[in-house]
Design a protein around this ligand. Structure first.
Ligand code: GTP
Ligand code: MG
Length: 192
């Protein structure tokens, strides 16, 4: 697919009815600061569409975007942010549960991990949760520009091993260079 139009629809604390609901959805999950909002902006080629920040924990709400007047992209709140207390973690869990139990048109989750690091316990838990729910997932390794081309496989292997996917099933992605954008868009077609 190619993205010809992208617009912000709404922010939701708790997932529920919003204008245009019912279209197919693709959601984006990952740790705080992994690059979810940046990926949305680079994918849609609209600067500032999703708010990004150097400070983790920016996206606490569920942000909904409309692509090509026919698809909703869902920016989910990040997890694994250190400065979050038990109460906030519980709220996060409840919001995610509500989303995954309520959305009837979710086609796939784009799961983001930082290409430089081995997946965290939270990443593993998230992936296990999606698999248990039978939700198709597409793994994207973000911030690929931060490592050399030669080091790609060395970084992808432990990620693929930990998350039990084939290394070639992980899309290396950079929001700054645009690397991986075409590959990701092509993969999205498989889910829609
Ligand atoms: P939360 O909303 O807190 O969950 O974070 P997020 O996952 O939406 O991360 P965000 O897109 O806000 O990016 C976090 C930081 O990483 C920002 O400083 C971005 O500029 C930076 N960043 C994101 N993607 C890339 C990338 O591909 N390359 C580089 N070099 N930096 C990136
Ligand atoms: Mg964000």
């Amino acid at each position: 697919m190619e993205i010809t139009s992208a617009a912000f629809v709404t922010s939701l604390a708790n997932y529920g009815p919003f204008p245009g609901i019912g279209l197919p959805q693709i959601a984006i999950a990952g740790r705080s600061n992994v690059g979810k909002s940046s990926l949305i902006n680079s994918l849609c080629r609209v600067k500032g569409l999703a708010k990004t920040s150097g400070t983790p924990g920016k996206t606490r709400l569920i942000n909904v975007f409309l692509l090509n007047d026919s698809l909703h992209l869902i920016d989910l709140p990040g997890y694994g942010y250190a400065k979050v207390d038990k109460q906030e973690k519980r709220i996060w869990g409840e919001r995610m549960d509500t989303y995954f139990n309520t959305s009837q048109t979710l086609k796939a989750v784009i799961q983001l991990v930082d290409i430089r690091h081995e997946p965290s316990a939270d990443d593993l838990q998230m992936v296990a949760f999606l698999r248990q729910k039978g939700i198709p997932l597409l793994l994207v390794a973000t911030k690929a520009d931060k490592i050399s081309r030669a080091a790609r496989q060395r970084h992808l292997l432990p990620i693929s091993r930990t998350l039990q996917v084939q290394p070639f099933d992980i899309v290396p992605y950079s929001s700054t260079t645009g690397e991986g954008r075409a590959a990701l868009l092509a993969r999205l077609d498989d889910f829609l």
